[in-house]
Design a protein around this ligand. Structure first.
Ligand SMILES: Cc1cc2nc3c(=O)[nH]c(=O)nc-3n(C[C@H](O)[C@H](O)[C@H](O)COP(=O)(O)OP(=O)(O)OC[C@H]3O[C@@H](n4cnc5c(N)ncnc54)[C@H](O)[C@@H]3O)c2cc1C
Length: 352
């Protein structure tokens, strides 16, 4: 029906007398936050420049659960240009490239400052990053700076419009909690390996926007040493031979490496062996180490503390080798072997 105040009859104002789309009342307290922003972690060791798999997994999941715009953020210099096409192929619509030579090195304070700036500009409803060692350092800083909540280590994400439901194991993996946040942006980190690797959409295009950092929060890094090998990432292993305090002979480490090689797996450990100096921290499984997702997890001389078990929740099968039939690891084991871990390792290596 036409508008009473117009004579032409072509005006499409409705009975309220307002133009189409205009509401008679606006909720000014409602946040305009929309879309999702993902920190795309880049592995850049001078020889290799690649997107971290966990960032791809997050982008794949976002496409499955959300229709909103996806913003990506990368930090580094011109060498990152080779990644643009790949980043768009995983669903990013607008890519913010924070461009600076000094950004090649991970600078959590500066990255955080820039992400706060971007969040204020873009106003995303959701901010996501991988629960990688770097993501775990950056995400809480960012959440605190933005005055929002953070659900860390999520294993499932669902979206209803722009509202995010974040699911993660809690209390040592004994319950699964689904959490929502009543602040924007809603922030989560995602366990690497939880979501399937998406297929890239080759040839997909997007927009790149350059930003620069003018602050003074850079740290002067005097020296750095790579302790996480790109090639030895226990979070990607399908078979893990994991050693604990029950291992008495140092030689067993080499035996375990030999078994892992024969089975196409990797060797990990409990915190006890990191403390003993037998393994770097990147091989540690558990709450303060890595979450792992193997098909088979073989625990040799590991008691099964709550902190250790927190890291092996998603393992499909657990085989426990322990001298003590009462050790808590047996509670979650599919197969329990009661015996001496060093000798069983040796025997297994011989058999294989
Ligand atoms: C805040 C916090 C975070 C932590 N984070 C982690 C973490 O991320 N990862 C982690 O692993 N721990 C973590 N811990 C430490 C954790 O509490 C345990 O101390 C640790 O997991 C114990 O390692 P373990 O099972 O190898 O050693 P132990 O608890 O000493 O167990 C050794 C096991 O070996 C068995 N054993 C002994 N001799 C033999 C033998 N000859 N053959 C076979 N079995 C034998 C014993 O029966 C025992 O069950 C954390 C602790 C805290 C407080």
């Amino acid at each position: 029906m036409g508008c009473e105040s117009c004579s032409g009859g072509s005006c499409d104002r409705d009975k309220t007398g307002l133009p189409p789309g205009m509401l008679s009342e606006y909720n000014l307290n409602q946040s305009p936050a929309e879309g999702s922003l993902v920190w795309i972690e880049v592995i850049n060791d001078g020889n290799t420049i690649m997107m971290n798999d966990s960032s791809k997994e997050i982008l794949g999941k976002l496409q499955e659960i959300s229709d909103g715009r996806i913003f990506g953020v990368i930090f580094g210099d011109t060498e990152l240009k080779v990644l643009y096409g790949e980043i768009f192929s995983y669903g990013v619509d607008t890519l913010y490239h924070i461009k600076d030579k000094k950004m090649i090195q991970f600078q959590p304070e500066v990255y955080c400052e820039m992400l706060v700036d971007l969040c204020n500009r873009v106003m995303p409803a959701v901010v996501l990053m991988g629960a990688t060692p770097r993501g775990r350092e950056l995400a809480p800083r960012l959440a605190a700076s933005l005055g929002t909540g953070l659900t860390a280590d999520c294993t499932e994400l669902k979206m209803d419009g722009r509202f995010l439901q974040m699911t993660r194991p809690a209390f040592g993996g004994n319950i699964i909690a689904t959490i929502s946040c009543d602040h924007f942006p809603q922030m989560a980190t995602v366990r690497p390996g939880t979501f399937p690797m998406p297929e890239p959409m080759i040839g997909r295009e997007g927009t790149v926007i350059y930003r620069q950092y003018y602050g003074s929060n850079y740290k002067n890094i005097i020296s750095s040493e790579r302790i996480i090998s790109v090639d030895y990432d226990i979070t990607r292993a399908k078979i893990l031979i994991s050693l604990g305090n029950g291992i008495k002979e140092k030689e067993s480490v080499a035996v375990a490496e030999s078994i892992a090689k024969k089975l196409g797996g990797m060797v990990s450990c409990s915190r006890a062996l990191v403390e003993r100096g037998w393994f770097p921290q990147s091989r540690q499984v558990g709450q303060s180490g890595n979450n792992v997702f193997p098909d088979i997890y073989m625990a040799f001389g590991i008691s099964g503390s709550i902190q250790h078990k927190a890291g092996i929740g998603p393992a499909k099968r657990v085989i426990a080798v322990n001298i003590d039939p009462e050790a808590p690891i047996h509670e979650i084991a599919d197969i329990s072997v009661i015996g001496n871990a060093d000798s069983i390792l040796k025997e297994m290596n011989k058999l294989l």
